[in-house]
Design a protein around this ligand. Structure first.
Ligand code: HH2
Length: 260
């Protein structure tokens, strides 16, 4: 999944693709690099980010989604707002990627009326405050219980399980240790039976490990994507598609050789 942030303030590429034409060109570039889907977002959820109102978010993402209607891969919308979800579905989006796991009033109901894929992510708190003091007794069990609860909530609305993707939400109300613990135990989330999406690309945990700023986290991001796929991730949400694909091709070749 290639990331397209149509925002002025995203943590690693804020402002680069805020112009819809630039965003569309970037999405097409990521598709050429081998993205199997692209994720269009109009609100940064970086720690400390202020919420954006729906009209601004719509102004950012709708022209981009419209221009990508003919894209050769599915297009996701990264939003927590039912109004934006609805508009995005009308513009041809086929996956709703919600960092708030469809907890906004009306979000699950709207999702139930569509046939889109649904990615539900775990977050402790909200982006404004989530990194202040994340606390868990057992981060893996708590994230797993939350996601299992969201799968059940979706099922209770009549949403087929096959439409659901789950995501532990790396960096969303988690310390470096919490993120590493979740990555080490990703298989426990995969056991829930829904494909697991992992977003670690360029995130601050990789900065804490390597000492590098967001613009210099390519190698760390590729390593994280590879480790995630080895531990059961089925989708990796990345800014650097070509490099990630190469790394995953090596992993696939090694695994195929083992199966011969
Ligand atoms: N991370 C970000 C945004 N959306 N969605 C899912 N499912 N999983 C993630 O880990 C995830 C996500 C944050 O990254 P980015 O979009 O690059 O930054 P920003 O929120 O600052 O726009």
């Amino acid at each position: 999944m290639g990331v397209v942030n149509v925002t002025p303030n995203s943590f690693s590429d804020g402002g680069l693709f805020v112009d819809p034409q630039q965003a569309v060109a970037h999405a097409r570039r990521l598709i050429e690099e081998g993205a199997d889907l692209v994720d269009i977002g109009g609100e940064s959820t970086r720690p400390g980010a202020q919420p954006v109102d729906a009209s601004d978010e719509l102004r950012r993402v709708v022209p981009v989604l419209r221009a990508l209607r003919d894209a050769p891969v599915p297009v996701a919308v990264d939003t927590a707002k039912p109004l934006v979800m609805q508009a995005a579905l009308g513009e041809g989006a086929s996956l709703i990627n919600d960092v708030n796991a469809l907890r906004a009033p009306g979000a699950l109901e709207l999702a139930a009326t569509s046939d889109a894929g649904l990615c539900m992510m775990h977050m402790q708190g909200d982006p404004r405050t989530m990194q202040a003091a994340p606390r868990y007794e057992d981060v893996v069990a708590e994230v797993r219980n939350f996601l299992s609860g969201r799968i059940a909530a979706a099922a209770a609305m009549g949403i087929a399980r096959g439409r659901i993707v789950i995501d532990p939400g790396f960096g969303f109300g988690k310390t470096v240790e919490h993120n590493l613990e979740l990555l080490r135990n990703l298989h426990r989330l995969a056991e829930l039976g829904a494909p697991v999406l992992v977003g670690l690309s360029r995130k601050s945990t990789l900065g804490a490990i390597t000492g590098r700023p967001a613009t210099e986290r390519l190698a760390a991001s590729v390593a994280a994507a590879l480790l995630a796929v080895q531990r059961g991730a089925r989708i990796v949400r990345v800014h650097d598609v070509a490099a990630t694909r190469d790394a995953l091709a090596v992993l696939a070749a090694v695994e195929a050789a083992g199966n011969r």
